[in-house]
Design a protein around this ligand. Structure first.
Ligand code: NA7
Length: 496
């Protein structure tokens, strides 16, 4: 037993939790609630918050309403606005770590290099050689955690500062500078909207135009907050009331049926937003997408159209040829002289738990099992990898929903399976190959009918061009997570 394991109370199965972001903290709280404190969270960074620790760029905000992007058991009456800023969300997670006294369970600055199943336990080794051993492995490693810097010729020769959006260099002054923002996903759009307020010039390099859904601007006053504090049902109203239901229902129906009135409604809202707010005919042609709204991940913004029409903003919709020492050269010869470049070209979404090495039953290497692409049974468990939870794994509902709700459901599902081990009915459980194959076949078929497959390129698509996300309704996700089909699981005994 490792020193870390030996120091933990032996009051339950030992859980090894990887990641102290939203999902890792959730697991810890749920275990503490059960009186089970035999767990350690391993965190490669120096603080909690996961994606909200790593992303600190100007304008960072969550596109899910704040009261929805909140643990169901830890409402926050103090959110400052309907949509919270990144700073505020990070502070929320820090406050949760305080409230549940989580830091004593976390090994910070400790990256797990590998995890191996030995028939009854997972044996993990940290990058600096420490070991731990526990029956249960919880991979709470995040979805978008491996930044991709687009392979743009010459980028490394740029003589000014440049960095990926998820590695924002706050030591670089931006006031009065000429800044290039490459990429027009949610990140690029938020950054441009923020930077036009302080920079001398912002050039937004857009490869593909985006539909933009107008987001509600609503600051919560001190009176609002007092009312939320006094009566949490007012928060319930935001989370579960008719507006929330309509928002979620409209979106999930639209996703799974391109001919639905709900998608037509989303399309109409986006088109109206575009027509009402973009005035210059040349800019309009550059900004007009040529695919259905919601095909790419929907962007929510209240200020981008206004920002890009400011005199100090310029939308460059041509193709980048190369980056030169002083700026960016376009294929048509146009040159944009710049002081700083922010590279907002997204993340490697196929990584999931990797680069960590994971070896399941009989030493099976997860990289090999995933050679044809990552997959997981109902997005959470993997054949031959016993007692392992992948939060927000391949094919999960990562659309414009609250990932916190999703993680809570995934924990509920997994925890019911862990009960089999708690009750001594098995040493290990994993989904059968047959159940997994059946799930994947049904899922792939259904995914082809979603709006994500309606003719655009996005990070939702896998290497074969099939959307690698949940293709059914959110209600179906809830139903499946509440009621695991135990018959779809292989149970292993200690002797196996
Ligand atoms: P996204 O949504 O993956 O967006 C990446 C953007 O970068 C997108 O506009 C890409 O254009 C663009 N891109 C990628 N490669 C290049 C090259 N080589 N040249 C020019 N432009 C390029 O990442 P985000 O960080 O914005 O958002 C990720 C998620 O974080 C978001 O969905 C939310 O869940 C939060 P493309 O559209 O592919 O033509």
């Amino acid at each position: 037993m490792s020193d870390i394991a030996a120091a933990a109370p032996q009051n339950s199965l030992r859980h090894i939790i990887i990641g102290a972001g939203m999902s890792g903290m959730l697991s810890a709280i749920k275990l503490i609630e059960r009186g089970e404190t035999n767990f350690t969270i391993y965190e490669k960074g120096d603080s909690v918050g996961g994606t909200w620790r790593e992303n600190t760029y100007p304008g960072l905000a969550c596109d899910t309403p704040a009261h929805t992007y909140t643990y169901s058991f830890a409402y926050n009456p103090d959110w400052n606005a309907f949509y919270a800023s990144g700073n505020e969300i990070r502070a929320y997670f820090e406050s949760i770590a305080d409230r549940y006294d989580l830091r004593k369970y976390i090994q910070f600055n400790t990256e797990i290099g590998s995890a191996k199943w030995d028939g009854t336990h997972w044996n993990v080794t940290t990058k600096d050689g420490k070991t731990d051993r526990g029956e249960i492995l919880v991979c709470a490693t995040g979805v978008l955690h491996v930044p991709v810097v687009a392979d743009i010729p010459g980028l490394k020769d740029f003589k000014g500062p440049w960095f990926h959006s998820a590695r924002w260099d706050h030591s670089v002054p931006l006031a009065g500078k000429r800044v290039g923002v490459i990429g027009s996903g949610s990140t690029g759009v938020q950054i441009v909207s923020a930077l036009v307020k302080e920079c001398a010039k912002v050039v937004h390099f857009q490869r593909t135009a985006q539909w933009i859904f107008p987001s509600l601007v609503r600051e919560f006053t001190e009176e609002d907050k007092a009312a939320f504090r006094a009566d949490p049902t007012k928060i319930d109203e935001i989370r579960f009331g008719p507006e929330a239901f309509e928002r979620r229902n409209r979106f999930t129906t639209a996703i799974i049926d391109v001919n639905s009135p709900e998608l037509a409604e989303i399309q109409a809202i986006c088109e109206k937003n575009f027509e009402d707010n973009v005035h210059d005919p040349v800019l309009k042609e550059k900004l007009r997408p040529n695919y259905l709204a919601a095909c790419k991940r929907m962007i929510f913004s209240s200020d981008y159209y206004d920002a890009i029409q400011q005199p100090n903003a310029y939308l460059e919709a041509g193709s980048i040829d190369r980056v030169e020492a002083n700026g960016v050269r376009m294929k048509d010869g146009t040159f944009h002289e710049l002081d700083v470049i922010a590279v907002c070209t997204g993340f490697d979404v196929s990584k999931f738990v990797r680069p960590m090495k994971i070896y399941g039953e009989d030493g099976l290497d997860l990289d090999e099992y995933w050679a044809k692409g990552p997959s997981a049974y109902y997005a959470v468990t993997v054949p031959h990898f016993p007692n392992m939870l992948l939060y927000n794994g391949p094919t999960g509902p990562v659309g414009n929903f609250s990932l916190i709700d999703i993680s809570e459901f995934q924990w509920l599902y997994f925890s019911q399976l862990v009960d089999l081990v708690r009750q001594g009915k098995a040493a290990g459980f994993y989904p059968s190959e047959a159940a997994h194959a059946d799930y994947m076949a049904r899922r792939n078929e259904q995914a082809k009918n979603t709006v994500f497959a309606s003719g655009c390129k996005s990070w939702y698509l896998d290497a074969d061009g099939i959307p690698a996300v949940w293709p059914w309704s959110y209600a179906h996700f809830e139903e499946v997570m509440r009621n695991p089909k135990f018959e779809d699981y292989v149970l292993t005994s200690a002797a196996a």
